[in-house]
Design a protein around this ligand. Structure first.
Ligand code: ATP
Ligand code: MG
Length: 213
């Protein structure tokens, strides 16, 4: 179980100050949805959990191991950022292989093709990523993060560029993989319906605070 306890963080700029103060738990096999309007701190929450931002205080532990001070790459966490996830000049397949082998797990090519099929990109293996549409690139990045072998998956608006039907299909895929790989998934979205469809519990983030829905 992932236990995030009393994380405190303050962001100050010239015209605003936001105090983040939150606790959160996610079990393996569970999807925690976080909804909130633009600018309310969704990406910042994920940056704090993944270690790209350092909290003032608070603790993060996974299966009884304190990971609060570990650098991002040493955490048992995969994060799918909101954008700029791909090496644009490399092919779809290379992007996936590189992204997965970065985690010490050698990618199984059968699995790579299976997941590309599942995100609707069968036959795109050798295409250069920059030549894909925004929604297609998003699906390559999603496929890659679903193949990585970490027990915690953080998704930052993974479906924002997708049409209704593709989005519904990707949601089901995330749900199936969370259950079959028994990982803890935290999904950030501005679309409450995403959470209604697949989250086991949902929180709203507003001005750096979380409220259970
Ligand atoms: N390094 C930072 N740390 C914390 N907050 C930041 C930082 N940089 C910018 N902010 C501000 O914090 C607020 C929350 O930003 P954040 O990107 O987390 O929102 P968001 O909910 O992900 O928005 P969006 O839906 O548009 O992606 C914004 O007002 C933003 O300007
Ligand atoms: Mg964001």
């Amino acid at each position: 179980m992932l236990i995030i306890k009393d994380i405190l963080y303050r962001y100050k700029s010239q015209n605003q100050e936001i105090t983040y103060n939150f606790s959160l738990e996610a079990k393996r096999g569970e999807i925690v949805g976080i909804v909130g309007a633009s600018g309310n701190g969704k990406s910042t929450l994920l940056d704090l959990i993944s270690g790209f931002l350092k909290p003032i205080s608070g603790t993060i532990s996974f299966e009884s191991k304190d990971i609060t001070t570990l650098p991002p790459e040493k955490r048992p966490i995969t994060i799918l950022f909101q954008k700029y996830n791909l090496f644009e000049h490399l092919s779809v397949e290379k992007n996936i292989i590189l992204g997965v082998s970065g985690t010490s797990k050698k990618p199984n090519m059968k699995e790579v093709h299976k997941i590309l099929n599942e995100v609707g990109l069968n036959g795109f293996e050798t295409k250069i990523s920059a030549s894909l549409s925004g929604g297609q690139q998003q699906r390559v990045a999603l496929a890659r993060s679903l193949l990585r072998d970490k027990p915690i998956l953080l998704l930052d608006e993974p479906f924002s560029g997708l049409d209704y039907e593709t989005r519904a299909h990707m949601l089901t895929l995330v749900q199936n993989i969370t259950k079959s790989k028994n990982i803890a998934t935290i999904m950030v979205t501005h679309e409450p319906n995403d959470c209604k469809q697949i989250s086991d519990k949902t929180y709203e983030v507003k001005d750096g605070k979380l409220t259970r829905q």
